[in-house]
Design a protein around this ligand. Structure first.
Ligand code: NAD
Length: 457
């Protein structure tokens, strides 16, 4: 199946004519299928979970689940037996029964999905296995949670959407950064109008992976970068940005344009570590993408895993009445009249040359602490996982499943955040031509008017 149908007028463009974006085909929704916007499923009293992929990331998830009430870890799977053993030890140390182990074969994971005593399959393998495992799990009656990026191509994305719509099973991407403390606090402020109308947001994955490349199973991550151009790891940056803009809850990403630098440090790393001269390394050291939304907002998304730079997910927002930025220091800037006067504030400092003073910032962040953090911050900081956000993500997933609520992130979020890989490549390979972002909801992007987390009333 190929979805690339291009309406491409750029090369024939005449002076004064607008450049038409490249359009990829949106497959017709199969007959009898409905969207899964605000999908609910029957409540599950005890969420029985099976984990696939127990390399660097997976065991942390197993450990976190030992702290989440209302869960049972039923099965553990990895190709490598020692990885499964290591995860069994986590259960032993927590005083929990051993889980059924699956290992040794590329397809052992299917036996885990075939069981009838599992509600949720949790996937933390390399990127190439994600979509296949998610689809199979849903086809076999399970909800599925998949590590980032949950899908690498449009074909995989549409297959996940169609399977979730057909089976009415949840398909959530495990994007943890939307639960980090600054992000969720700032989202709460944004939703309460603190920044006025939000016009522009930024997000990124800037993380020098030099010290990690050799640790990935079978070198999968460097290989992926070697063979694929574009922003292949956009979700940590774009996820929180999309939530700020209510994407497919009243707005939608419409057009993107992307550019990359040449690839220097990727091939240099391979030369240094193996002696191989790679002439056609695909992924640029830095990839930069700009997106415009239906409602006239813009987004700036960056990807750089190659050069020595301080870690950053950018996380910036520009509103008509204020500004927030997470890196390198967390800061806010507001109009004085926007600020709640009960908070200690030095209005003199709220000008074009400085952000809000530290004391006022802390007071405001406390005042706008998100209800999820009010409930979970203390435990999350104890259990950990990137400072606690991973625990909050897992807890929320289980909470929503146990209470029959729509999940915080649906399959369309997954689609919108993952489509960057293929669409940015398309733009870059066509001289940075504009590319239309498909409406993955197939007409439902405006059905809900605001992004919101579901709670038991
Ligand atoms: N959200 C985050 O903050 C975060 C952080 C790190 C990694 N990740 C994501 O987690 C995923 C895993 O990354 P990692 O760093 O653990 O990589 P890794 O290479 O350490 O682990 C991948 C594991 O998958 C196993 N595997 C591969 N094919 C399999 C199969 N057919 N059946 C069973 N097991 C199989 C491998 O044996 C390996 O143990 C990736 O998608 C990555 O992007 C997310």
């Amino acid at each position: 199946m190929v979805f690339l149908f291009i309406a491409f007028a750029a090369c024939e463009q005449k002076k004064g004519e607008a450049v038409q974006p490249i359009v990829v085909e949106t497959p017709v929704r199969p007959a009898g299928q409905k969207d899964v916007i605000r999908l609910t499923a029957p409540k599950i009293d005890t969420v029985r979970v099976g984990f696939i992929g127990l390399g660097m990331r997976g065991p942390g998830a197993v450990a976190r689940f030992t702290h989440i009430p209302g869960t049972q870890i039923k099965a553990l799977c990895d190709i490598r037996q020692d990885c499964v053993e290591n995860a069994q030890n986590i259960l032993r140390e927590a005083g929990l029964p051993e889980a059924t182990a699956y290992y040794g074969d590329e397809n052992s994971w299917k036996q885990l999905c075939d069981r009838d005593d599992i509600d949720l399959v949790y996937v933390a393998t390399d990127w190439r296995h994600h979509a296949e495992m998610g689809i199979y799990a849903m086809e076999h009656g399970k909800h599925v949670a998949i590590e980032v990026p949950a899908a690498m191509t449009l074909e995989e994305i549409w297959a996940l959407i169609n399977t979730s719509e057909k089976t009415r099973k949840h398909c959530m991407q495990l994007e943890n950064c939307v639960y980090d403390f600054f992000e969720l606090t700032t989202l709460n402020m944004a939703q309460r109008g603190v920044f006025g109308e939000i016009l522009h947001v930024e997000g990124a994955y800037i993380h020098n992976l030099e010290d990690y490349w050799s640790s990935y199973w079978n070198n999968w991550r460097m290989d992926y970068n070697r063979n694929n151009r574009g922003d292949v790891y956009a979700t940590h940056g774009i996820g929180p940005a999309c939530q700020l803009l209510d994407i497919h809850r009243g707005d939608r990403m419409k057009t993107l344009v992307s550019m990359d630098t040449k690839a220097v440090n990727g091939p240099a790393y391979i030369r240094k570590t193996t002696g191989e001269e790679v002439k056609d390394f695909q992924n640029g050291d830095q990839t930069t993408t700009v997106i415009r939304t239906e409602n006239g907002k813009t987004m700036l998304i960056q990807h750089n895993v190659m050069t020595p730079r301080p870690y950053s997910r950018m996380y910036q927002l520009v509103g008509t009445d204020g500004y927030a930025s997470k890196y390198p220091v967390e800061e806010y800037c507001l109009r004085p009249e926007q600020v709640d006067t009960n908070m200690v504030l030095n209005h003199e400092n709220l000008n074009a040359h400085g952000a809000m003073p530290e004391e006022a910032k802390v007071a405001m962040m406390n005042a706008y602490k998100h209800p999820i953090h009010q409930e979970l911050e203390e435990t999350a900081k104890k259990v950990g996982g990137h400072g606690g956000m991973d625990y909050i993500m897992d807890y929320r997933l289980v909470y929503c499943l146990r209470n029959g609520l729509p999940l915080d992130m649906d399959v369309y979020d997954l689609a919108e955040w993952c489509c960057m890989a293929e669409l940015t490549r398309l733009s870059i390979e066509n001289n940075s031509a504009p590319v239309a972002v498909p409406d993955f909801t197939r007409g439902g992007w405006n059905k809900v008017s605001k992004y919101q987390h579901a709670f038991v009333k």
